[in-house]
Write a protein that binds this ligand. Structure first.
Ligand SMILES: C[S@@+](CC[C@H](N)C(=O)[O-])C[C@H]1O[C@@H](n2cnc3c(N)ncnc32)[C@H](O)[C@@H]1O
Length: 219
């Protein structure tokens, strides 16, 4: 239960998402058993939708965990394209590399180990999509470091931006989360009012923000 969507509505929406193939089911089971936070089913389909509808060919991901969402991106790109993904926890980073090998895709995976606050400075090149799914208190810093890595017409997908409902109302804020909440509100305010982006906020899962960078082909 996310605290954002009514439980019965969430259950209904998830029920409409196609069952995963064995590969994804195994990762989902592992994640549940070992308490690895991975994207929810409705975010999985949203990511595939964005990749396919905007013809994404390259992804920069902040927060690999065990490679579940990276695999979702790879599959949505028909096993092709390029994915750079950053994770600071070595055991997850290693597992992600092992997992995607099982996919047998041509996708060019580049898994980086380390704190994204530093690793992002070492990443050259630009991407069609940037997926922000790591420490919630640092989204603004991640954005600042990513701005020049997103192609015009590209999309930033930021997960968990409503953080169990706490972002929308002080009523739900847990005292020890106050700093994260304040930073996330500032991030959403910033990206929603940024002149280079059109942003929309979806109250699904734990809250997802989609930010389109102006300057695509027909603009
Ligand atoms: C929600 S999980 C990512 C889930 C993954 N995107 C998926 O859906 O399969 C967040 C991950 O980000 C990692 N993380 C958090 N802060 C980070 C940072 N500053 N740099 C790199 N990784 C970070 C955590 O270790 C964790 O594995």
């Amino acid at each position: 239960m996310s605290n954002i969507v009514n439980e019965h509505v969430e259950k209904y929406i998830r029920g409409l998402v196609h069952e995963s193939e064995d590969y994804f089911l195994q990762l989902e089971d592992y994640a549940e058993e070992h308490h690895v936070p991975i994207i929810h089913k409705e975010v999985k389909s949203l990511l595939a939708f964005v990749v396919k509808s905007t013809n994404v060919r390259s992804v920069l991901e902040i927060g690999t965990a065990i490679g579940y969402s990276a695999s979702v991106f790879a599959r949505a790109m028909n096993g092709k394209g390029k994915i750079t993904s950053i994770e600071r926890r070595e055991s997850y980073h290693d597992m992600a590399k092992e997992n995607v090998e099982k996919l047998g895709y041509e996708t060019e995976f580049d898994f980086r180990l380390g704190d994204a606050m530093e690793v992002l400075d070492d990443i050259d090149g630009t991407y069609d999509l940037i997926f922000v799914d790591a420490a919630k208190g640092h989204y603004q810093v991640f954005l600042d470091k990513c701005l020049d890595k997103l192609n015009p017409g590209g999309v930033i997908v930021s997960d968990n931006v409503l953080y169990q409902g706490m972002i929308a109302s002080d009523e739900y804020v847990i005292r020890r989360k106050k700093t994260i909440v304040k930073r996330m509100r500032n991030y959403l305010d910033h990206i929603s009012n940024h002149p280079d982006f059109t942003t929309t906020l979806l109250p699904i899962s734990d809250g997802v923000a989609l930010s389109y960078k102006h300057g695509g082909q027909d603009e």
